[in-house]
Design a binder for this molecule. Structure first.
Ligand SMILES: Cc1cc2nc3c(=O)[nH]c(=O)nc-3n(C[C@H](O)[C@H](O)[C@H](O)COP(=O)(O)O)c2cc1C
Length: 251
């Protein structure tokens, strides 16, 4: 394909999605520019010979709505795009279709898509160590196959259902315990701006999307989901997300 530069837009609160984005980017062998969608004011411009790759995590069979809202700032005019979702070894359900549809609605022609696997950001023992070297090799291979496609490749078909799986608001959210030192790290890094800088216990749960960034970045491990909720999720995932799942590509 005739592409001058890839714009790689990723939403990666705990880093797994970005690992996949980086591994695919490494296989393009042409210049890339990154757009971090966890930042509210992320901005980048797209040239007429640039292409866009959106790499988004799967949340409850969908993708975070905020990532689509921020992605929508990037308007295409028939440029090529690739849709990639990253999931925690359970299922990706309607996430890839939703991402493909959003890119098309923004004016892009989606020529390839993929679903890769990364550690589950709520229960880190699920898909622990993914992406592994085999995943990374498949990411580079996917990039090479995308680059080898014809400029006239038709839009790609991906699995998923319309209407998409219903979005349900989460009932439980991470909270800080008494070990919190009010350093503000979580507040500064929350993609949704839900945590007041000087009062982390006053998290605005109406805005929180449970992305686990605050849990991961807390320097004193003060933030966590409630134990009872975590136990239920762990049991569900031990039943539904066991075994080694392989990435799937659509070319
Ligand atoms: C709120 C939430 C919901 C999730 N839902 C799913 C899911 O439906 N299926 C799945 O396989 N993984 C699910 N995961 C796991 C993430 O898709 C996976 O860990 C992803 O790599 C997280 O991206 P990040 O590391 O870039 O933050 C979920 C994670 C979170 C935080």
């Amino acid at each position: 394909m005739n592409i001058e530069k890839w714009i790689i837009a990723h939403f990666s609160p705990t880093g797994g999605t970005k690992k996949i984005a980086d591994a695919i980017a490494a296989g393009f062998h042409i210049p890339v520019a990154e757009l971090d969608l966890t930042e509210a004011d992320s901005a980048i411009s797209l040239g007429k010979n640039d292409a866009l790759m959106a790499v988004l995590p799967v949340y409850a069979g969908r993708v975070p709505q905020v990532s689509l809202e921020r992605l929508a700032a990037l308007k295409g005019n028939g440029q090529k795009a690739v849709a990639v979702v990253v999931y925690g070894n359970r299922e990706y359900e309607d996430a890839l279709l939703e991402t493909r549809d959003a890119l098309e609605a923004n004016g892009f022609r989606v020529v390839a898509a993929a679903a890769f696997i990364a550690e589950h950001s709520i229960v880190r023992s699920i898909a622990a160590g993914r992406p592994d070297p085999e995943d990374e090799a498949l990411c580079r291979q996917f990039a090479a196959e995308v680059m080898a496609k014809s400029d006239y490749a038709p839009p790609v078909q991906v699995p998923g259902n319309i209407p998409y799986k219903e979005l349900k608001p989460a009932v439980f959210h991470p909270a800080a315990n008494e070990n919190c030192v009010k350093c503000g790290t979580c507040a500064r890094q929350c993609p949704m701006g839900t945590i007041p800088l000087d009062a982390p216990s006053l998290t605005n749960n109406d805005l929180c999307i449970n992305c686990m960034r605050c849990v991961q970045v807390c320097p004193v491990s003060s933030r966590a989901l409630p134990d009872a909720f975590l136990n239920v999720v762990t049991q569900m995932l031990n039943e539904n997300a066991a075994g080694y799942k392989n990435p799937t590509v659509f070319l």
